[in-house]
Write a protein that binds this ligand. Sequence first.
Ligand code: GLU
Length: 316
Amino acid sequence: MLPSPPTTRLAPSPTGPLHLGHARSFLLAWLHARSRSGRILLRIEDLDRERCKPHFTSLALADLAWLGLDWDGEPHIQSADTAPLESALAQLTSQGDAYPCLCSRAEIAANVARSPSAPHAGDELYYPGTCGKLTLRLPADVVPAWRFRCPDEEVSFNDELAGPQRFHPSREVGDFAIARRDGAIAYQLAVVVDDARAGVDEIVRGADLLPSTARQILLQRALGLPHPRWWHLPLVVGDDGKRLAKRDGGFALAELRARGVDPRAVVAWALASSGLDAPERVTAAEACGGFELARIARASARFGAAELERLLAARA
Ligand code: GLU
C-alpha cells in the first residue's frame, strides 16, 4: 500500500531575510508534499514581538513565490491566532506540567555560572528549576514566564533522514520555557499546538532542530497530541564549515533576486547540493517528477564562494 499523501508545512520566522539554507529546506519540504500529491501549509512564526518584523514576512512571501513554491490556503499568521496556544498553556498548568517563573536571563546565567557542573545545550541556558521548587505569589501586574516541568528521562525517536536519536532534555536544558515574560507563547509549545491543529503529519526542517524535537515530543505527550514523522535535513555550511545564518546577508534570497539571478539556478543548486541529479536550471514544478526525500545525501550541503559565483553568473 502506498503511504497516504502527507500534510507538511513551511514555517519561516520573520526575523530576517531568508537565505539559501531556507531556500533548500523549503524546496525539499515542498517537493516532498507535492511529489506525493500532499498538502503544504505556510505558517509565519511571528510570536517573538521583539525580533519579528512585518517587512520580513512580505519579503519571505516574495522569496517563496520567486522560487516557484506555493501553498494551500491562506498563510497562518501565528500571532493573529493565539487563543489555542493559550488554552494549551492552561491545560499544561492545570495538569501540573507547567509552573510560573520570575527568573531573569541574567539570574539564570549567574546560577549556571555558580554551578559549573550544570550542562549546557549550545547557546541555550540550562534552567535549574529554581521557581519550580517554590510556590510563587504573583502580584496582579506581573507577567511570569511559564516553564514545562520536564520529566527526568531520555527521549528517543527515529528521524527519517538522521536516523535514531536520543536526547535528555531535563539534563540538557532543564525545565524549558513555554511562555515568555512578555506574554508570548514560546516556540516549543506554539509549534506543537499549531502543527497538530493544522493536521501536519510530516515535518521537514533543518537538523538544527533535532534537540528541540525531543522537547516537542514531551509536550505532545503531555497534551495528548499525535507525533508526526520527522525529516531533519542536513544543514548548509559555508566555506568555513559553519552553518549559513540569516546574518550572511550576501546569501539572502532577496539580494540574489535583486541581482537578477535565475531562481531555476537556485533550485538546481538546492537539488545538486542534496546529492540529487539536476540540470543547470530547473523549476520547482519540473523537479517534482520522481522526487524522493529519502534519497537525499546525509552529509551537509555546501554553499561557498564558488557556488555564489556560479549563481551570480546565472542571470534570468
Ligand atoms: N520558525 C522556525 C525557524 O525559522 C522553524 C520551526 C520549525 O520548522 O519547527 O527556525
